[in-house]
Design a protein around this ligand. Structure first.
Ligand SMILES: Nc1ncnc2c1ncn2[C@@H]1O[C@H](COP(=O)(O)OP(=O)(O)OP(=O)(O)O)[C@@H](O)[C@H]1O
Ligand SMILES: [Mg+2]
Length: 327
């Protein structure tokens, strides 16, 4: 992708857990496995996958909140791999986050106006009057009355809290928003309003977005492209339309079935839930895959393009789409 907004190359991440007890040993748990992907300017990229597959770890790496191996470049600026605290202010202004729990994301003791003004204060932007005018305009943009400036977070509904968080994220006019499960804690109708708000600000401001969710239909609704993640790897990558209407990987198919109700997904409800990473050499999904073949346990397939020539790339990491080795 020429001039991509975010370029992620070979991103890997391992958490180290502390030793427990006298005889305990420090353990390391890999969570991201050589992830390479790009997000274009003004593109909404959706990342889906079941709980624990590493979506938040990827988002936090892009936000520079955790250390990682590999390279992340955002709008031409290469992020320091040590992550936290070493991030330049210039880069911090380009990337902002909206998290799942809006109530916990912002200081409950401060009024909304103070919270929304804070990013401008930190970056020393504008006079006091200009900052207040910007807060009023932003409250209006996210669908709240400027009178809400004097309220505290606990005086708002869940949807209103998330609107404030989105407003705070937009105050510095970032190039990229990382939205991690931003609608998951909201009920269906409020979640739909927030999704529409995301779409609205995206259209007006032309933001790039990394939209993280475990819900494939929600991601299909809002995103241009989708990456499906499983145990730290991207298993399928393509346009939202293609991945949603022609899911190729058995895991993506299972996720879509599961969206219709837990009884519908044979692969996800009958197979054993993953405990850490699959340790074998083969495909990570092999234990739960309804279509597995003997060779799936032997080698891990690469991410290969299955789209016909001239069509947008649709990449899948599955042996079913590779030419079978000669017997
Ligand atoms: N700070 C941490 N220290 C150690 N392990 C962690 C840490 N944060 C996450 N993990 C582990 O890393 C794995 C991936 O976690 P992550 O939060 O990225 O998953 P996720 O896909 O966002 O899940 P969910 O959909 O539930 O939010 C999990 O097994 C989790 O237990
Ligand atoms: Mg998460």
């Amino acid at each position: 992708m020429p001039n991509a907004l975010v370029v992620i190359k070979n991103l890997s991440n391992t958490y180290r857990s502390r030793a427990y007890g006298v005889f305990g040993r420090e353990r390391s748990q890999p969570v991201l496995d050589h992830i390479t992907l790009e997000i274009g300017h003004g593109e909404i990229f959706g990342l889906v996958g079941e709980s624990g597959c590493g979506k938040t770890s990827l988002g936090n790496s892009v936000l520079g909140l955790i250390a990682y191996e590999g390279d992340i470049t955002i709008d031409g600026l290469r992020q320091n791999q040590k992550g936290r605290l070493s991030r330049s202010k210039k880069l911090a202004r380009k990337v902002q986050a909206v998290f799942q729990d809006p109530g916990a994301a912002l200081n409950p003791a401060k009024p909304i106006g103070w919270l929304m003004e804070e990013p401008l204060r930190i970056h020393r932007l504008g006079t006091k009057l200009e900052r207040i005018q910007k807060v009023d305009a932003m409250l209006h943009r996210v669908g709240l009355d400027p009178g809400y400036k004097t309220r505290r977070m606990h005086e708002l509904s869940g949807g209103q809290k998330q609107r404030v968080c989105i407003g705070c994220a937009l105050m510095l006019e970032p190039k990229l928003i990382v939205a991690d499960e931003a609608v998951s804690s909201l009920d269906v109708s409020v979640g739909a309003q927030i999704l529409n708000l995301f779409q609205d600000v995206h259209q007006r401001l032309g933001l790039g977005m990394l939209f993280i969710s475990h819900n494939l239909p929600v991601v299909y609704y809002i995103c241009h492209r989708i990456g499906v993640m499983y145990q730290g790897q991207i298993l399928e990558l393509g346009t939202a339309q293609e991945v949603y209407s022609h899911p190729a990987h058995p895991y993506t198919q299972a996720l879509l079935e599961a969206a219709s109700g837990p009884d519908f997904s044979r692969a996800l409800t009958q197979g054993p839930p993953p405990q850490g990473w699959y340790q074998g050499q083969g495909c990570r999904f092999v234990e739960r895959c309804p279509w597995k073949r003997p060779d799936c346990r032997k080698t891990s397939p690469p991410l290969s393009n299955i789209a016909p020539p001239g069509k947008a790339p649709h990449q899948v990491r599955c042996a079913l789409f590779l030419p079978r080795p000669e017997a």
